[in-house]
Ligand binder design. Structure first.
Ligand code: AMP
Length: 221
C-alpha cells in the first residue's frame, strides 16, 4: 500500500505516519527528517537545504524530488510506504505521479489531516523532537517521562529551529499558498480522504485505520 499524508505543519503527519507505518508494516518516509539528517551530516544537499528550512521556506523541488525518488527505490520501500511531507506543491505531485507511473505503481490513498490554526500553533510551539530517532513529544500534551530525554531511545530532545513562532507563521503561509492546492489535485483524482486532526493522536489513528480498512465514500472529499 502506498499512502500520502497531507496537512499543514503541526497537523500531526509525522506522529501519525510513524504509528501507521508500525501498524501496517510500511516504510515511513519523511522529507523533513531526511533533510534534517542531511543538514546534521553536513552533506551537499544539507548545505543547500539548510537556509530554506531555517526560514520556513520550501527547499527547491529538484533537490527534494531527487532525494525522495532515490528513497522510494530503496528495497525496503518496495512493499509500500507512507509519504510524510512530500509532495508539498503541484509540481512535486506531478513529478511523483510520473516517477511512479514509470515503475507501474500508483498511490492508493491520500489522507488530508485537517487541523485548525490555533491547534497547529499550540502544537508546534511546544514540540520537542528526539535528536536520534525523530520521535515527537510536546511540552504539555505529550511530555517525555524524563524531562528532555526520549522515552524510546534515551537521546536528548530538542526544539526545532523552525518551530519558533515567527517561522511557524511563515510555514503556515507557505502551506496555504503552495501545499493547500494539493487537496484539489488529489480530489480530482478521487483519492482524497479527510480526517479531523484536532483530536488526540489515538483517536486520529483509529479513524485513519478504519478508513483504510473500509474506505467510506462519505469521508472521501
Ligand atoms: P517538515 O519536517 O515536514 O515540517 O519539513 C521541515 C522543512 O523541510 C520544511 O519547512 C521545508 O523547508 C523542508 N521540506 C520538507 N519537505 C519538503 C518538500 N517536499 N519540498 C520542499 N521542502 C521541504
Amino acid at each position: 500500500m502506498r499512502i500520502i499524508l497531507l496537512g499543514a505543519p503541526g497537523a500531526g503527519k509525522g506522529t501519525q505516519a510513524k504509528t501507521l507505518a508500525g501498524k501496517l508494516r510500511l516504510v515511513h518516509i519523511s522529507t523533513g527528517d531526511l533533510l534534517r539528517e542531511n543538514v546534521s551530516q553536513g552533506t551537499d544537499l544539507g548545505r543547500q537545504a539548510k537556509d530554506f528550512m531555517n526560514k520556513g521556506l520550501l527547499v527547491p523541488d529538484d533537490l527534494v524530488t531527487e532525494m525522495i525518488i532515490k528513497r522510494i527505490d530503496n528495497s525496503d520501500a518496495l512493499g509500500g510506504f507512507i509519504l510524510d511531507g512530500y509532495p508539498r506543491n503541484i509540481k512535486q505531485a506531478i513529478s511523483l505521479d510520473e516517477s511512479l507511473k514509470i515503475r507501474n505503481k500508483t498511490i492508493d490513498f491520500v489522507i488530508d489531516l485537517a487541523a485548525s490554526e490555533p491547534v497547529i500553533i499550540q502544537r508546534l510551539s511546544g514540540r520537542l523532537v528526539c535528536s536520534r530517532c525523530n520521535g515527537n513529544y510536546h511540552i504539555k500534551n505529550m511530555p517525555p517521562k524524563t524531562t528532555g530525554i526520549c522515552d524510546s531511545c534515551g537521546s536528548p530532545l530538542y526544539q526545532r529551529l523552525d518551530d519558533k513562532e515567527e517561522t511557524i507563521r511563515k510555514r503556515l503561509e507557505v502551506y496555504k499558498k503552495e501545499s493547500a492546492p494539493l487537496i484539489q489535485y488529489y480530489r480530482t483524482k478521487q483519492k482524497l480522504y479527510q480526517v479531523c486532526a484536532d483530536d488526540e493522536p489515538d483517536v486520529v489513528i483509529d479513524n485513519i485505520i478504519c478508513l483504510l480498512k473500509e474506505p467510506d465514500d462519505s469521508v472521501k472529499v
